[in-house]
Design a binder for this molecule. Sequence first.
Ligand SMILES: Cc1cc2nc3c(=O)[nH]c(=O)nc-3n(C[C@H](O)[C@H](O)[C@H](O)COP(=O)(O)OP(=O)(O)OC[C@H]3O[C@@H](n4cnc5c(N)ncnc54)[C@H](O)[C@@H]3O)c2cc1C
Length: 291
Amino acid sequence: MKPAPFRYADPRSLDEALDVLSAEAGAKVLAGGQSLLPLLAMRLAAPSTLVDLNRVPGLDAVEATGDGVRVGALVRHAHLLRDTAAARVQPLLARATANVAHPAIRNRGTTVGSIAHADPSGEMTSVLALTDGSVTVATPGGRETVGWRDLFVGPLETSLSGPSVVVDAFFPALAERSGTAFAEISRRKGDYAVCGAGVVVTLDGDRRVAAVRASYISVGLVPEVHDLTEAVAGKPVDGADWAAAGALARTLVDPDGDIHASADYRRLLVGVLTERTLAEAAAEALERTAA
Ligand SMILES: Cc1cc2nc3c(=O)[nH]c(=O)nc-3n(C[C@H](O)[C@H](O)[C@H](O)COP(=O)(O)OP(=O)(O)OC[C@H]3O[C@@H](n4cnc5c(N)ncnc54)[C@H](O)[C@@H]3O)c2cc1C
């Protein structure tokens, strides 16, 4: 199939992009096009105008500071994957991005586009949640910060309405004495995951487990963060029962079944991936504590 006819706008500034979006309710932002163009080709979306952000200056930077990593709207997955400063500040970024699609798609698709697309099977929506991140949204009225809890409303649905452009996403830095891990199961490498897990383990000053958080992909309708601390709280990190945390995680999720996997299989994977990633994240937390 071919897309329904649409107009194309090629703004050179954010204000110009917002002018086009304000003038037409049916206009839609185009970033990397890796999700939007297939939807157009299948006629699952028919915007009146595509507002291409690619020539808007100032949206293509990754800024890593002690507070966190700010990722501009035109930063491609591949750029973020290679950014070593960003990976030092928040290791989940590179770990998760390495699992996003195939290299060709990572070269073009943007991290912010992936968040704006709000696919519960996308890695970066889950990482935004797990790191307690936010996005900056530009509208004709100014800019505002929207936290992940207020952003994701449903599958492929955000709370953004009216003329708006997400100009960046902010991922807070990994806390001290903490480690992360990310893993997923997909039928072929690069495919959307049947199930994925990102975790953060934080230790106290005595190297005992102080906090454990996890977020899953392809499991719920919107990203969720689960607190698994009670299963392992206060345990020495070497002897913590990560399987108990996995068992707790299985009771907290409510996955759906589909053509790729049954709900029961997804729940099983949540337990397995949680146990596996927590052991890895704990080792990293220990290493960072010793350093
Ligand atoms: C074969 C294939 C496999 C893939 N596998 C994965 C995968 O495993 N994991 C994964 O996460 N993704 C996967 N993707 C999607 C890919 O990661 C996309 O890059 C990403 O979902 C969207 O980014 P984009 O820049 O291409 O956005 P676009 O396709 O340009 O836009 C997507 C949506 O977001 C909106 N949008 C984009 N940017 C903004 C903005 N700055 N402000 C407001 N709205 C905006 C658009 O209007 C549109 O509705 C896959 C894609 C393909 C084709």
